[in-house]
Ligand binder design. Structure first.
Ligand code: FAD
Length: 406
């Protein structure tokens, strides 16, 4: 290792903790700075905590050595130090930004109280504190409105319904999880939520929030209809946390721009995870955050072959309910282009749906709902991007061979 004697990582989420652990294993000590009060945890599993399936301690990440609890407020690139809200500046030779994302707060009238706070009962769904706040407020029969029908909104609605809330999910676009799922798979997700008692409204835009005495009472839709609400969850997407990078004059587009060495426009500063933008992509998913952490650990430990070239990331979601768990996986492109071949198997009774899309003899995408036995084989065929034999037989085999769920 050359100039990496003092490695400082900002952000103790999935990416930062994984990097610190890997570097620790490779003999490089790291100062990991995280602002959250809780022991680092796996954010992907927050919905399971909200649903009451796991206690917060179950989703804790293996504790890294050298964790400093502080909020970093600035980077002095010339002096190579970071400033914290409390305490003296921390010097670095190599700095890593792993600051994650913030929840997007939608532009709704009445979203903030006159004191610029969210009204009581209104919660984002990003952090352990958000999760514990929601968990403490939910009780059987309470009226909850979830705004947003992506992965986060669907997970939150399911968790609240499992806890006995009367849940309405308001989704602005025409179907649930439209970024990952095709219309047929979306319908399966909708049916699963409805079976849990969730009322799903699509093409439904929330306009106003009404509060009384600082506590939320209803949300009003664009057509004037009001939904009574004791609890509102904002699940309107996330935005990379780039404030520190921007203030330090690093190149930032949607995320902090990095090259294949996960290096920002300052060679002493790297970025990984949700806050990073590589080859135009900001992923916002766990698998790329972990792959970037692994690649950067190799690079900083002096592995000449280590670099990051992008992640073909698969979205997986398990919605456990009181009766039946519901699994889905989606990857690549699931909307068809002219000339694409598609193999599709649906069984409405069993609630399963499987589809793969082939373009120029290569697997380019797929959705599996309710039956994930073939996901490992499909993901490998997709990641390998090898041409498939042209008779179509192996494709059907890939879709139906249930012996491999890795
Ligand atoms: C409810 C929920 C469900 C999800 N489900 C899935 C899923 O099913 N599949 C999937 O792939 N992804 C899922 N995700 C997304 C996944 O959690 C993220 O992609 C992943 O956590 C990114 O890791 P990260 O380390 O980049 O960021 P984060 O996990 O957000 O960690 C960043 C950390 O940096 C800290 N930080 C930021 N700025 C500072 C500062 N200035 N000083 C100190 N600390 C700072 C933050 O407080 C935070 O702890 C989900 C996310 C949520 C919220």
């Amino acid at each position: 290792m050359t100039s990496n004697s003092r490695v400082v990582v900002i952000g103790a989420g999935l990416a930062g903790v994984t990097l610190a652990r890997r570097l620790g294993e490779l003999g490089t000590p790291v100062t990991l700075i995280g602002e959250e009060e809780h022991r680092p945890y796996n954010r992907v599993l927050l919905a399971e905590v909200l649903a009451g399936r796991y206690g917060p301690e179950v989703i804790a990440l293996p504790a890294p050595a050298g964790l400093t609890r502080a909020r970093v407020t600035g980077i002095d690139r010339a002096g190579r130090t970071v400033r914290c809200a409390d305490g003296p500046p921390i010097a670095y030779d190599t700095l890593v930004l792993a600051t994650g994302s913030n929840a997007v707060l939608p532009p709704l009238r009445g979203l903030f109280t006159p004191d610029h706070e969210l009204p009581e009962g209104m919660h984002a769904f990003r952090t352990m504190d958000d999760c514990l706040g929601l968990s403490g407020a939910v009780r059987p029969g309470i009226r909850a409105v979830v705004i947003g029908g992506g992965l986060l909104g669907v997970s939150a609605a399911r968790a609240l319904a499992v806890r006995g809330a009367q849940v309405v999910l308001a989704q602005q676009s025409e179907r649930l999880m439209e970024r990952q799922l095709d219309p047929a798979a979306s319908r399966f997700v909708r049916r699963h939520l409805e079976d849990l008692g969730v009322e799903v409204h699509t093409e439904c835009r929330v306009r106003d929030v009404r509060s009384v005495g600082g506590a939320v009472r209803s949300v009003e839709l664009a057509d004037g209809y009001a939904l009574g609400a004791d609890l509102v969850v904002l699940a309107c997407g996330v935005r990379p946390r780039v404030g520190l990078a921007q203030a330090a004059g690093l190149e930032v587009r949607t995320g902090v721009v990095v090259d294949d060495g996960l290096r920002t426009s300052d060679p002493h500063i790297h970025a990984i995870g949700d806050c990073a933008q590589h080859a135009g992509q900001v992923y916002g998913l766990a698998a790329p955050a972990l792959e970037q952490a692994d690649a950067l650990a190799g690079l900083l430990a002096g592995d000449p072959a280590a670099r990051y070239t992008g992640t073909r990331s698969l979205t997986r979601l398990t919605l456990t309910g009181p009766h039946s768990p519901f699994d889905l996986a989606a990857f690549g492109e699931t909307d068809l282009r002219p000339g694409d071949d598609v193999v599709q198997l649906a069984d409405a009774t069993r609630g399963t749906y499987r589809k793969v899309v082939v373009r120029d003899h290569r697997l380019v995408g797929g959705v599996l709902v309710g039956e994930l036995g073939t996901v490992g084989a499909l993901a490998r065929a997709w990641e390998g991007a090898e041409p498939l034999p042209s008779d179509g037989g192996p494709l059907l085999h890939l879709l139906t061979n249930e012996g491999d769920s890795r």
